[in-house]
Structures are given as C-alpha cells and as structure tokens.
Design a protein around this ligand. Structure first.
Ligand code: NI
Ligand code: MN
Length: 232
C-alpha cells in the first residue's frame, strides 16, 4: 500500500513498496541560507529516507538534503547540474534531465518542464528546474515543483493519467490560485493537493478558495495539513 505524507511547503513524503522517498525536504531546523520550514511537522533527527527527489536547487526545496545525506544511505535524484553539485560533495546521486524517465525500484520517475529558475543555496547555477512524474504500479503522481502556468501542461495531461497533482498556489514565486486551477485543468488531474503556500507572508493563499474552484471544474481537492497522510 502506497501512501503520501505532507510536511508543509513543497515537502512531500512518499511510501512506495518498502521505499521512503522525500520530495524537496525542507525541514524546520535552521539552515545555512534560509530559516527553516515553519510548517514542517518532523524534526531532522527523525527524518530518514531512501531517496530524495529535488525539483530544483532553491533553499526552500534543497532544504536539509546535505544533512540527510550525512545520516542516511540515500540517493538524490535531480537534474544534471544539481546532481553534479551533490556528487562533488560526496552525495550519492542519480542525474537526469527534462523529458527523461528512469525506472527506479520504487517506480518510474520522469522529469518535466517547470518555468522557474534554479540555483543552489550558495548561489551555484543548478540547471533547469523540473516537475516530477512518478508512476507506481497503479498510480501516477505529479509534483509540479515551483513553476508558472504554461500551456505544455496540457501535453503532460494528454500523455499521462495523473491521479494526484501537487500544485503550488502561493503566488509571488509560482502560480497563484487561478493559474493553478487552470493547471489542474490542463493536467487533467483527478485529485489536486495545494502546496507552496502560507509558509511565509509573501506566499499567503486561501486553500479553501482553491478547493472551491477545483471542485467547480469537477475535480477533487485535498487540503493536506502538515503531518496528514493520504493512502493511495
Ligand atoms: Ni524556487
Ligand atoms: Mn520555492
């Protein structure tokens, strides 16, 4: 049985088969370049995973990757430049790039476009940002990362049957509510979970407003509180 746990901001934990996968592990503890994730419900010392998938290098996504890599036998999946940055710091990694898919033991991962920027917390160029498609035995999960609305989301929706889409709604750095509703429509996602909002004042958004708008286009919306689980 697969399950998803949300930890606030864009940090999503997946349990697929015997594997634990963290997407964008932005944890509460103070980080060198950014204060922590105030919404995160877990502590660094309790965090443990087999894989980290990074959408891009920004501090609120790269998060505690270096600390986690020190304490767990994990592999970080990321775009080539970000993977190289990790490799140079002795972190086991698997480099990919936009449009490519690879079969991992837990499922098939494909990186998609994201219209955003990407550098590591210390300012190193980190290649293109990405969205993530994960195909498990029976479900497809999409994590959009940080992105603007773009029309090619329609292509992602046409070529994948997305069961759960994690979409940023906080505006300012990414899509806001109305663009994310349009994204859900283009992606043809069955269920949508809002992310990347209310972590900081500048990305405050009303998730209930988003939920109403998503339901008005005939789709499901789950507003997940940090720590909340969803069984797949
Ligand atoms: Ni970003
Ligand atoms: Mn971000």
């Amino acid at each position: 049985m697969s399950k998803i746990i949300y930890h606030g901001h864009s940090f999503v934990e997946l349990h697929i088969k015997e594997y634990t996968i963290y997407i964008d592990p932005f944890i509460s503890e103070n980080l060198p370049y950014i204060s922590g994730n105030p919404l995160c419900d877990i502590k660094l010392e309790d965090a443990k995973c087999n894989y980290i998938i990074l959408t891009h290098g920004h501090a609120d996504h790269f998060g505690s990757t270096m600390d986690l890599a020190k304490t767990s036998e994990l592999t970080v999946i990321a775009t080539a430049e970000l993977a190289d940055y990790l490799g140079a710091r002795d972190v086991r990694n698997h480099a990919m790039n936009i449009g490519g898919a690879y079969q991992f033991p837990f499922g098939k991962v494909k990186l998609t476009l994201a219209h955003h920027s990407s550098s590591t917390p210390d300012g190193t160029y980190a290649g293109d940002p990405a969205g993530i498609l994960i195909h498990t035995a029976d479900k497809t999960i999409f994590h959009a990362g940080d992105t603007a609305l773009f029309y090619d989301m329609k292509l992602i929706g046409e070529t994948n049957k997305i069961d759960y889409a994690f979409l940023p709604i906080g505006d300012n750095f990414t899509m806001g509510i109305d663009d994310a509703v349009k994204a859900a429509e283009y992606l043809n996602a069955d269920s949508v979970i809002p992310i990347h909002y209310n972590t900081f004042d500048v990305i405050k958004a009303d998730a209930n407003d988003f939920k109403r708008k998503i339901e008005s286009i005939g789709r499901k919306c789950y507003i997940m509180k940090p720590g909340e689980k969803l069984s797949l």
